[in-house]
Design a protein. Structure first.
Length: 538
């Protein structure tokens, strides 16, 4: 691939032109972190931290900017305003508040749930790790020894800050069972691992799940469930995890190992939920969850593991907090000094015993999906979609052809009929948000349409015929997949760089026009030059 020489003076000029384009060609953005930073003269500070948290029944979303000894807060939800110091302090206090008198929980008179030995199998039946297929991912994160420094969170301490949102998962699959961990992020939603709801080794989707927040152990195998147990009405993962898991590609599926459980009822005593912090790289972490075996002993209780960050990549954090089977789905917490709160920065997913632990980082790659999950309520699913029908179910195209797939939703008055479209291989066939399929190169791909809650789906097998020697459609730079490269593509990439919106996997690949593995201002500059006719190739 030829890479044109970049004149930085021209880039500056192009950037000025671009901002005019951004106003004209893209949806108007509200006050962004860049605008806030400019207002506060914080242009030399690190990028803002983005935090989301349910507090007293409302979803709060805000950005934090550090300048010297001060932290400035731009509130985005439920209203948009730059907070005063007093308002920021009040928000941080509410963020860590635990509203109930927890002393009444787990005391004499509370019922104990006695298990019948289902988890008293030998260690190899309990410690079902979801480790990568290779034991070492990068040389930088190799460790020869890790000390098991886990500490038990005993008795009713589990209902105190910051433990109360973390819970025990009992997971039944068609061919086996798992135990795992999860944590409440809203009144109706638990965040956990995708492999706790969809596991290729166990035949696919789970059969039944129970969630018990703040469970603690008395004497094995007895445990107290201070808030009781609920089962979700549905779960949702993401297409990337399922695709790689179905192809037995564990090294890739772990990058997308996050999912949500959705409940129609709430744990009524819990009304403040763990905050989520996106795009933050911590130096130290704490993992809270329910490992099946600790120091060669069975346990039904909650454990805390402290550690330090070893390394990170685009998708995952790697740390030396000691974990084992059952910890999957645990929150990975980092302490934020400015707000005096613990915040979730990753979802614990895997371990290489004695070497390292890790899990998907909360960042721009999953922010949009997790924010969608945060907004879910039973009302959004009160009249759910019961089936989807796709016409046609198979399709043959030549390279360059386009054809619309028609989807029928039943019932036609469903409460939430929003759909998502995806392709199993966008290099063969692409699909846009309206079901329009574009044949890109020879081969086969499966186009799937799903309800936004993931409960219903339908698929079409697309076969693309390519003439001899035909290499397929150029997709580089066509971020919105409309067949042309223009200011709309430039605007989308710039919005991604400014963290206004997040591009999906295909759009990211199309946006990386200089092929360096990153989407940044250089790609914006090249796209701008191309859209202005100053260059004719990337």
């Amino acid at each position: 691939m030829l890479k044109p020489r970049i004149n930085m003076h021209k880039i500056v000029a192009f950037m000025v032109i671009f901002f005019i384009f951004l106003v004209l060609a893209a949806p108007a953005a509200s006050q962004t972190e860049t605008a806030v930073a400019s207002t506060l003269n914080l242009t030399e500070t690190a990028p803002a931290r983005l935090v989301m948290q349910f507090i007293d029944g409302d979803l709060y979303k805000w950005q934090e900017f550090d300048s010297g000894d001060s932290t400035y807060v731009m509130l985005l939800k439920p209203e948009r305003k730059l907070l005063s110091k007093a308002e920021s302090t009040a928000l941080f206090t509410a963020s860590r508040r635990w509203m109930i008198e927890y002393q009444n929980y787990g005391q004499p008179g509370q019922s104990e749930v006695t298990y019948t030995g289902i988890y008293s199998f030998p260690e190899n039946k309990v410690d079902k790790s979801f480790a990568p297929k290779t034991t070492v991912i990068t040389r930088e994160i190799e460790r020869q020894t890790m000390v098991d420094n886990r500490t038990a969170i005993g008795g009713s301490k589990t209902v105190t800050y910051p433990y109360w949102n973390t819970g025990f998962l009992t997971i039944d699959f068609n061919s086996d069972y798992l135990r795992g961990s999860g944590f409440l992020i809203s009144p109706y939603v638990v965040l956990t691992n995708a492999h706790n709801v969809y596991n290729g080794d166990f035949g696919g989707w789970f059969d039944e799940i129970e969630f018990s927040p703040a469970q603690y152990e008395t004497v094995w195998p007895n445990a107290v469930k201070p808030f009781g147990t609920l089962s979700p009405v549905m779960a949702e993962s993401n297409e990337s995890f399922i695709f790689h898991e179905n192809n037995n590609d564990r090294n890739q599926s772990i990058k997308f190992d996050y999912a949500a459980l959705f409940f129609e009822k709430t744990f009524s005593e819990i009304n403040t939920y763990v905050p989520l912090e996106f795009n933050y790289i911590p130096s130290a972490v704490t993992v809270i969850g329910y490992p099946g075996i600790v120091k060669d002993a069975n346990t039904m209780g909650m454990w805390k593991a402290d550690g330090t960050l070893i390394s990170y990549d685009t998708h995952c954090l790697f740390y030396d907090a000691y974990t084992s089977g059952g910890s999957s789905g645990s929150p990975v917490l980092s302490y934020n000094q400015q707000s005096d709160t613990y915040r979730v920065v990753a979802v614990h997913s895997f371990a290489s015993p004695g070497n390292f632990s890790g899990g998907p980082h909360l960042n721009d790659l999953n922010r949009e999906m997790i924010e969608k999950w945060l907004s879910w309520t039973p009302e959004t699913n009160s009249n759910p979609v019961t089936s989807l029908t796709l016409n046609p179910t198979s399709l043959t195209l030549d390279v360059g052809d386009k054809e619309a797939l028609i989807v029928t939703i039943n019932p036609d008055d469903a409460t939430n009929s929003e759909l998502s479209w995806s392709s199993s291989n966008s290099s063969i066939a692409r699909v846009d948000a309206n079901g329009m399929v574009t044949a890109v190169a020879g081969g086969t791909a499966t186009i799937t349409v799903k309800t936004i809650d993931g409960s219903q789906s339908a698929s079409c097998l697309v076969t693309v015929n390519a003439a001899e020697g035909e290499i397929g459609l150029p997709g580089l730079g066509d971020v919105n997949e409309d067949g042309i490269i223009n200011v709309q593509d430039v605007a989308l990439v710039m919005q991604h760089v400014l963290l206004i919106t997040a591009l999906d996997d295909y759009a990211l690949a199309a946006a990386d026009v200089n092929g360096d593995g990153e989407v940044n201002v250089i790609d914006v500059a090249l796209l701008m030059q191309y859209s202005l006719g100053l260059i004719n190739t990337f």
